[in-house]
Every structure is written in structure tokens, then in C-alpha cells.
Design a protein around this ligand. Structure first.
Ligand code: GDP
Ligand code: MN
Length: 378
């Protein structure tokens, strides 16, 4: 789950990281009032689940309240990398001497939270990693011990020379680790971490993604979810208890089991098609789940064909067949549907589907090839 900058700022602030104040507003008038209250130059920042807002025109320095009002009205309603802007953050502008990058993320290979720091901050860190890999320092943190003082110092010392900056930065790095672990995050990032002419180190941007599996035990974090900022299909899938990931292709896949879903996507590609989604309906043959799955798949206008791939183990194929028929009764599906069922009670299932006028088979190759062909024709 992604959270907004203003929410990540709150978490960072609570961990002790110096973050300038800010106010979230939804109208130009409120932005004007906030700017008046802060006085001087303020920054107007689009609150969307996307990086690169600066480049897209979603971060503007406003010299006075009138300008804050004008920029806010321009930024509200903008679309940044596919995310409509509904809120902006108004924050007093800082004077910047240098911009560094400090991030921590779950590194599966290292099986640990891994820090990435660079003195070349403010910009896209992937770009820095490509063009000047030597300007990046990495360090994995052993979860048994947490962040040790010398480790934070070693990272901070890569960013700055003056001892006063190094000591501030090492404190911030330790606090970022605390915020990361304490929020159940999979990623936490300060870009840029700035130094000011007065010799202070501060975080003026904040980004954090939360591991979905952590949410059940962190209600305070879970309530930061902003469903208006995620694709409607993903919200509905989550509410229906389905694992769904939207992709860019046109073959809508409805599969039971994550492994079979992955194999199905591979096979779609093998036959020259592109999957429109990953969707695991799980072990259940509950018609409600099949209805939800069909609704989600058909709400994606790219989808040209719906492919069911069901392996009946404990799940009985005839139950799934009835679920599909029941689901189709409830929603109007104009797209071609191809079905593959195999396993427990497959003969019964094929008969049920045939009686209902649906075509089904037991071969995965056959059904996928057909789906790709239909997508091509459509
Ligand atoms: P992002 O583009 O989505 O990562 O948004 P950021 O919050 O990182 O802002 C982008 C850039 O805007 C920063 O790298 C800064 O160069 C600039 N910026 C943001 N806030 C301030 C500020 O308070 N003062 C000044 N001078 N520049 C700022
Ligand atoms: Mn940034």
C-alpha cells in the first residue's frame, strides 16, 4: 500500500526526523490562507502516489499567498503519471545548499532491510545508479541487531564531510530505520535530504510503501489507505478477497491458485498474447467470488477475451462451473469466454457448461491458444 507524502511526513516526524511543517488542502482558497499563515515563500506539492512530481509540474515554489492560490488551482485536477491530483501540501520553502538521497527497502536477496544513500539526491535514484554507481553506498541491516550506531555513521559519512552534518544525518538515518520498521514498510525514502545554509539537515520529501501483510496488526497505518488514489479494480479485488494485479495486455485471466495464475500468464505470452491481469480467485468456488472476478476483469476496457483456468483439487470443477454460470447470469458479459477445467469432477463440469452453451476443455495449451487467437481477432 502506498501512502501520500503528507502521511509519510507524519510518520517521519513522529520518529524524530526534522521535517518542515505542512498543511494539506483541497482548494486554492485554503492554500492561500495556509501560505498567509506561514508567510514568505511556500511550496505547493501535489499529493499523489507517484514520484517525479517535480518534473511533471506538481511541485511549485510560490512567493506569496496569491501565487500559492494560483499554483494550487493549476495543480489541483492535474494528472500526474495517471494519478489525478485531489490534494496539495502547502509547506514553507527551505533554502537548499545540497540535496542527498536516503532510502531503505526490503532487499529479498539480502533478506534484510537495505539502505541506499547518495550525495546525488533530488533526482531519480535509478538514473544515478545507472550513470554513476560509485556515488551510491548500500548497507543491509541485520534484523537481529537493528541499526547500529557505527552503521548509521558509515552511511552518513558517505554523504557529508563536516562532522556537524554527519552527526545530524546519522541520527536521521537511524530514525528513518525506526519509522520503516515501526510502520511495517517495504520502502521508505527521503529524496531530497537537504542541508541548509544554516547547516541544518532536513527531510523535505517523504515517501513510504507499506507491506500489505503488515496492515492487519497496524490499524493506525491501515487507516492511511486512500482508495481514491488506487485503481478501482484493485480496491474491489481487495474487498472481495481476490489477489489481483492489473497489467497492460488484453487476455483477462481468471485462475485458481497463484502458481497456476503465473503459469497461465507465461503460456499466454508463449502463444504470442499479453495477459491483462494476474487474478487468483483462490480455492473457493463461491459464485460471489466468480462474479466479483468477472466484474473486475470486464471493467478493464483493454480486455478482449476472458480465460478461465481452473484446477480442481479440493475445489470441485462442477462447483466452479455452476459458479461461472451463476456469475454470467448476474452480469452482462459480451466478451468471448473460454474455459479450461481439470481435476475433481471435470466430466460433470464439462457437461454442465456445455448444457449452458459455454465451451470448455481440459487442456491448458488448447484453451490458452484459443484465447490468444480470439484476442487477436477481436
Ligand atoms: P518529487 O519530484 O515528487 O520527488 O518531489 P520533491 O518533493 O522531491 O520536490 C522536487 C524538487 O523540488 C526537489 O528536489 C527540490 O529541488 C525542489 N523543492 C522541493 N521543496 C523545496 C523547498 O522547500 N525549497 C526549494 N528551494 N526547493 C524545493
Ligand atoms: Mn522527491
Amino acid at each position: 500500500m502506498d501512502i501520500h507524502e503528507y502521511q509519510a511526513r507524519e510518520r517521519f516526524r513522529a520518529a524524530g526526523i526534522p521535517v518542515p511543517p505542512g498543511r494539506v488542502v483541497t482548494t486554492p482558497k485554503e492554500a492561500e490562507l495556509a501560505a498567509e499563515e506561514y508567510g514568505g515563500t511556500v511550496v505547493i506539492k501535489a499529493q499523489v502516489h507517484s514520484g517525479g512530481r517535480g518534473k511533471a509540474g506538481g511541485v511549485r515554489l510560490a512567493e506569496d499567498a496569491a501565487e500559492a492560490r494560483r499554483y494550487t488551482s493549476q495543480i489541483l485536477g492535474m494528472d500526474i503519471n495517471g494519478f489525478p491530483v485531489e490534494k496539495v501540501l502547502v509547506t514553507p520553502a527551505e533554502d537548499i545548499d545540497t540535496e542527498a538521497y536516503v532510502g531503505v527497502l526490503v532487499d529479498r536477496k539480502a533478506q534484510a532491510a537495505t539502505f541506499v544513500v547518495s550525495a546525488e539526491g533530488g533526482v531519480d535514484i535509478e538514473e544515478v545508479a545507472r550513470t554513476s554507481p560509485n556515488s551510491i553506498r548500500k548497507l543491509s541491516i541485520d534484523p537481529r541487531y537493528g541499526m547500529l550506531p557505527h552503521q548509521a555513521y558509515w552511511l552518513a559519512n558517505f554523504l557529508y564531510d563536516p562532522p556537524k552534518l554527519v552527526s545530524q544525518a546519522s541520527k536521521i538515518i537511524t530514525q528513518l530505520y525506526d519509522a520503516f520498521v515501526g510502520s511495517g514498510a517495504s520502502m521508505a525514502e527521503i529524496n531530497p535530504l537537504i542541508t541548509t545554509p544554516a547547516g541544518e539537515v532536513k527531510a523535505i520529501d517523504a515517501k513510504m510503501s507499506i507491506d500489505d501483510s503488515e496492515l492487519f496488526r497496524r490499524p493506525d497505518v491501515a487507516k492511511m489507505r486512500d482508495t481514491s488514489s488506487e485503481p478501482l479494480s484493485e480496491t474491489r479485488a481487495r474487498e472481495a478477497g481476490l489477489s489481483y494485479v492489473k497489467l497492460d495486455g488484453d487476455v483477462g485471466c481468471c485462475v485458481n491458485g497463484a502458481g497456476l495464475a503465473m503459469a497461465t500468464m507465461d503460456l499466454v505470452k508463449h502463444y504470442g498474447g499479453e495477459p491483462a491481469n494476474f487474478l487468483d480467485i483462490g480455492g473457493s468456488s463461491n459464485p460471489d467470488k466468480v462474479v466479483a472476478a468477472l466484474e473486475i476483469i470486464t471493467s478493464d476496457s483493454n480486455v478482449k477475451v476472458i480465460l478461465f483456468n481452473i484446477f480442481g483439487g479440493i475445489t470441485r470443477c462442477d462447483d466452479v462451473a455452476n459458479g461461472i454460470i451463476e456469475a454470467i447470469k448476474h452480469i452482462d458479459v459480451e466478451l468471448p469466454i473460454v474455459i479450461r477445467l481439470t481435476g475433481t469432477n471435470e466430466d460433470l463440469a464439462l457437461q454442465i457448461l456445455e448444457d449452458a452453451g459455454l465451451s470448455a476443455c481440459t487442456s491448458m495449451d488448447e484453451v490458452v491458444e484459443k484465447a490468444v487467437e480470439l484476442a487477436g481477432v477481436a
